[in-house]
Design a protein around this ligand. Sequence first.
Ligand SMILES: Cc1ncc(C[n+]2csc(CCOP(=O)(O)OP(=O)(O)O)c2C)c(N)n1
Length: 577
Amino acid sequence: MKARFQSIYDIAALCAKKGLTQAILCPGSRCAPLTLAFARHPEITCRTITDERSAGFIALGIAQQLASPTILVCTSGTAAYNFAPAVAEAYFGKRPLIIFTADRPTEWVGQQDGQTIYQADLFGKHVKASYQLPQTYEHDDDLWAINRIVNEAINLARQEPQGPVHINVPFREPLYPAKDETFEYSPSVRVMDDLRTSFELSDEQKAFIKQSLPAYENILLVAGQLDADLKLHEALMKLLSVRNVPVVGDITSNLHVINKLVGHADLFLGQCPEGVLKTLKPDLLITFGNSTISKNLKLFLRKYSPVAHWHIQPAGPVADTFKSITTIFQSSPASFFEFLSAVPPAENFQRQKQDNYDQLWEIEERRVVHTLNKYFSSEQLSELDLVNHLIKNVPSDSNLHLANSMSVRYANFIGLNSNHRSVHVYSNRGTSGIDGCTSTCIGHSLTNNATNILITGDLALFYDRNAFWHNYPTPNVRILLLNNHGGLIFKLIDGPGTTPEADEYFITRQQLNAKNLCAEFGIEYLKADSVRKIKNLMKDFFEMDGKPKLMELESDVALNTTTFENLKQKIRKSYEF
Ligand SMILES: Cc1ncc(C[n+]2csc(CCOP(=O)(O)OP(=O)(O)O)c2C)c(N)n1
C-alpha cells in the first residue's frame, strides 16, 4: 500500500538532494512522519535533543560550522516556542536553519485538544519566511505545493543575508505508517535550483569608488563580526601592501591573520584623552561585517562622524550602527577590497596625510599592547589573567567560542594574533543572549574534529546546562568557566553596579560551582586556583584523552573589578608621559 505521508517523506529526499546533511529531531508524536522521513534517510545525519531550546542552538552551531542549513524538527505546542531564542539569534546572526514544526490540523487549534498553540507565523519577524503546508494530500496540487514550498524555503534560507525559515506542518492522525504501507523515497523528487550570484563589484560601483576615493585623506576600515574568509584576508593584505589604512576589528572579526590589525580599539578609545580621539576621526569610514563588540568604538564613531561612510554588504537591510552611512555597496567585502587595492593611491601630500593617520592608530594600538604585555606579570589569578593564559595556550586548529557577556569582552581585550591563524572565533552576537552559548559550541563540536574551546561565565553556563543532556560524545570540548557567582558585567558597566539593588537584581548572586554538573555529564573537572599551577593545568586541559573537560576559576567580583579598573588606569596613565 502506498504511504499516506509520501509527500512528507519526500521532503527528506528533497533536503538531501539540495545538499542538506544534518538534522536535529526533538522527541514527540505529532512530528512522527517528519521524524521517520529524516531518521530513515541514508544521507541525513540525525541527532535527537530533548530540550528544544538547546536543540535550536545546537542546530545553529552545526549550521555555522558547516556553512550549510541545518534541519530542525519538533512536535506541536510549546515545543515549537522553545526554538525561539535560537531562531532569533540565527536571524540576526544570519545563519540558515530549516525549521519544521509539526502541528494539529488547523480546526483543532484552541479546542483543548492538548499540545496545541497558534503556530502559524510563530516566530514573527525573526524568520525570513513562515510557510504553512497543506494538511491533506488528496489533490495533486497539495503535493506540488509541499515540494514547491520546501524548495523555496531552502533557497531562501541560503540567499544573502542567510537566515532561518519556518515551515509549519499540520498532521491528521494516524501519524504512524500502517503495517502494509511501503516506506520509500520517490526517485524523482523535483529540485528547484537557485543559482547564486557571487556579489562581485559592478562597473558602476567601481567607477564610483575611483571617482570618489581621491577626495578623502583619513580613511578608516572597521570590521564587525565575520567568519574567517581566506579570500577577504588575501584582499585586505593586498590592500595594506599598497595603502596604509588602519583596519579596526574585534576578536569576532576573525581578522587576526592581519599583522597590523588594530584589535584593541575598545581599550584605548575608552581611556585616551579627547585630543587623541579628535586626531583619530576618519574622513571616510568603510565598514563591513555584522555587529561590533566595542561600545567605545560606537561612541567614538557616533561623536566623530566621518564625512562619508561606505558600508559593504552583499544584500539585505543595513544597520546604521554609527549613524553615518552615506553609501551602501552591495558586494562581498573581498571583491570590494580586491578592487580597492588596484586603485592607485595618490602620490603626494595627500598620501603623506593618510600615512600619518594610519600611524596614529598604530601608535595607540602599540601603546595598549605594550601596557597589556607588562600588565600580566603579577601573581594573581583574576578572570582576565586566566583568559590571557588560555589564549596564549590555544592550540592551532581550534574553534574559540565566546559566551556573552564578560567572556567575549575579556577575549576581545586580549585578542589573537597572526600566530593564531588557524583559530576561528564564534560568538552569539546576533542577539547577545546568554541562553545558548554552550549549546552552540556543542553543535560545532558534533560536526568537527577541532578543539572547541568555550569561555563562559557562570550564569550563561548554568542557564544552558541542557547543552550536555544528550547521548553524543563531545571529547573535543574544553570549557573555561569564569565563576564569579553572578553576572559580573553588571558590576563593570556604568549604572547598575552602584545601585543598592545591584547584588540581588542585577548581578544575581548564585552559589553553584560546576563540580556536580561535570560529574553528572561525564566531564573531567579541573580547578584553576593558583598562577603557579597554570602551566600544568593548561597542559592537562588541552590534552586530548577522549573526554570533554571543564576548568573552573572561582573568583570574587571585587578582584575582577579591581583588575579591570587597574588595567584601564594603566592605559590612562600611559598618556601622561
Ligand atoms: C537570555 C538572556 N537573559 C538575560 C541577559 C542579560 N545578561 C547579559 S550578561 C548577563 C550576566 C551573565 O553572567 P555570567 O554568565 O555569569 O557572565 P559574567 O557577566 O560574569 O561575565 C545577563 C543576565 C541576556 N543577555 N540573555
